[in-house]
Design a protein around this ligand. Structure first.
Ligand SMILES: [Zn+2]
Ligand SMILES: [Zn+2]
Length: 260
């Protein structure tokens, strides 16, 4: 069995401080691959290093919508950084009206540059959206993000938003949120998303799934999310692992699929 953690921040503390332990625990739980997602360019060299040092770790390049005190890259800069073969995606990018206030046109402009970079490089987008679903989906549509493809990471929106994402060919990634007691609406969505469009992720070190809730999340815990999702869809963990792993390598075609 192989499970992929499609979105983690293993360069963040406290995860980075116990890296060998983290990798061991992941491999014990058959979490064989992970995508370490960039949130700014200042930390990007670290993220890229992890991907270079470990065959089973992939990376993305991008600047998260919530980061304000950092380099705000041009499209050309993103394209240049994405040239490395271990960079398999652009992001995380998107819109977040929860943590930022005031005139957020800078956030939308940054988002558009990321979409342009994805279209130029052919590397799919990792989309973060929070309290900004309408603008996020409209921007993806208007900027023809469909031609680059991508994933709605840590999905926590309703079925209407999921449908819009599916309509433009995007994948939906479920995190530990799906296991939370309060997430019944999200579970409704997860029961309906086509099986060939689902991914699983930790978004670690945040959002540890039940029964690890409250602990520091890490890639090995994605197994709990996959198991929970399997239960929702009436299948075994092994089947869900196979489906979501297949989906991961279909979406991120730059990631070299393991043999066997
Ligand atoms: Zn995010
Ligand atoms: Zn993230």
């Amino acid at each position: 069995m192989q499970i992929v953690d499609s979105h983690c921040h293993i360069n963040f503390e406290p995860l980075a401080g116990d890296f060998p332990g983290l990798l061991n625990r992941a491999s014990e739980k058959q979490v064989t691959h992970m995508l370490c997602v960039s949130v700014n360019l200042e930390d990007f060299p670290q993220v890229l290093n992890l991907a270079h040092e470990h065959e089973n770790i992939f990376a993305s390049v991008g600047v998260h919508p919530c980061y304000t005190e950092c380099e705000d890259p041009s499209t050309a800069r993103l394209v240049a950084l994405a040239e490395d073969p271990k960079i398999i995606a652009i992001g995380e990018t998107g819109l977040d009206y929860f943590r930022n206030e005031g005139d957020l046109s800078w956030q939308r402009e940054r988002f558009v540059r990321h979409i342009e970079a994805a279209k130029i490089t052919g590397k799919p987008l990792i989309i973060h959206t929070r309290e900004a679903a309408d603008d996020t989906m409209l921007t993806l549509k208007n900027e023809d993000a469909e031609s680059a493809g991508g994933v709605m990471h840590c999905f926590a929106e309703d079925w209407g938003v999921a449908e819009k994402a599916l309509d433009i060919g995007f994948y939906i990634s479920f995190s530990g949120i799906i296991t939370f007691k309060s997430a019944e609406q999200l579970r409704e969505v997860a029961r309906k998303v086509p099986l060939d469009r689902m991914l699983v992720e930790t978004d670690s070190p945040y959002l540890a799934p039940v029964p690890m809730r409250g602990k520091t999340n890490e890639p090995s815990y994605v197994r709990h999310t996959a198991e929970f999702l399997a239960g929702l869809r009436g299948m075994s963990l092994e089947q869900m692992a196979e489906i979501t792993t297949e989906n991961f390598f279909n979406l991120f075609s730059g990631a070299v699929k393991p043999a066997g």
